[in-house]
Ligand binder design. Structure first.
Ligand SMILES: [Zn+2]
Ligand SMILES: [Zn+2]
Length: 305
């Protein structure tokens, strides 16, 4: 079965939640079955079908839902939701981004009224006028941009972009002496997933003075509405390997500031080894101070080298 439901971003930031969390638990207001596909229409101001998700679990009780309080802007709604009812677990299949189907497009193709409650997509009617078929046709050939945690690189990249608004250019960024305990993972589909702390990532960029740590002469553009050069935080020891360490690796010492080009090269480049070796030599003593010890061979193996 396929569904179309609406989401209100003014209440809950589902866009950020889908990008950052391993799955999203949603109030179960329909008769979903595992395997159902659900198109999510973002209400004002977006007014477009932006996401396709799959139902991976139903009838989840409130004690077992993922706590996503930080994504709620309406805390009263969040508290109300926690009082009762069952939840359904959505796994992201695709985020259509620029290819999202707008409300007017749906109307032109036969959808009547507003999108509020859930609607079932018809699958037997072949009429081109049928909006359900239109959705299928229109979205059929779009590449899956955000495939569910298929590899750790994608999983990292989803969380490594930071908007300028979170960054304080005036702050004095520096390392601290705290040894951070190993974080508690969220249980994903057969694997443990560790959340990253954005503030720590920003600190790491700040300590590097918002320069590329491969070469501080590397060109970077300025972040929107700021005079801060744009660099991206990269976890030298990938978060996917947190399990192998007894203390947190989501720490400033493990996060390097890279220009966009070096960041892509370290994940996808033929000569990535040279970058990793360089960063390893810069960071190994700092990491050891935080009780994170890793050999170069081991680190390279994490990158498939
Ligand atoms: Zn990275
Ligand atoms: Zn660079």
């Amino acid at each position: 079965m396929e569904w179309l439901i609406a989401a209100n971003r003014n209440m809950y930031n589902h866009v950020r939640a889908f990008k950052e969390l391993p799955y999203v638990d949603w109030k179960q207001t329909n008769n979903y079955s595992v395997g159902d596909k659900v198109y999510i229409y973002s209400a004002m101001p977006i007014q477009a079908i932006e996401f396709l998700v799959e139902v991976i679990k139903t009838d989840i009780t409130v004690e077992n839902v993922l706590d996503d309080k930080e994504y709620w802007s309406d805390i009263q709604e969040y508290e109300n939701g926690r009082n009762n009812g069952k939840y359904v677990r959505f796994k992201l299949i695709n985020y259509f981004e620029d290819d999202a189907i707008t409300f007017s497009e749906l109307h032109e193709n036969g959808l009547e009224g507003n999108i509020q409650g859930a609607r079932k997509l018809y699958s037997t009617d072949n009429s081109i006028k049928n909006w359900g078929n239109y959705i299928h046709k229109r979205l059929k050939n779009i590449d899956e941009k955000y495939i569910w945690k298929k590899n750790t690189q994608l999983d990292l990249d989803l969380e490594e972009k930071i908007a300028s608004v979170n960054i304080d250019a005036e702050k004095n960024y520096h390392y601290n002496d705290k040894v951070n305990p190993k974080p508690i993972p969220i249980e994903g589909k057969g694997k443990k997933i560790y959340k990253r702390n954005k503030d720590i990532a920003i600190n790491a960029l700040g300590i590097a003075q918002f320069r590329c740590e491969i070469d501080d002469e590397h060109y970077t553009f300025l972040r929107r509405n700021t005079n801060i050069p744009y660099t991206e935080p990269h976890h030298l020891i990938p978060m996917a390997y947190q399990e192998e360490f007894n203390y947190s690796i989501d720490i400033e010492e493990n996060i390097v500031s890279l220009c966009s080009n070096c960041h892509n090269e370290i994940h996808y480049g033929k000569d990535a080894e040279y970058l990793i070796v360089k960063l390893y030599n810069k960071r190994k003593n700092l990491l050891a101070k935080k009780k994170i010890v890793v050999s170069l061979e081991k680190l390279l193996s994490y990158y498939g080298l």
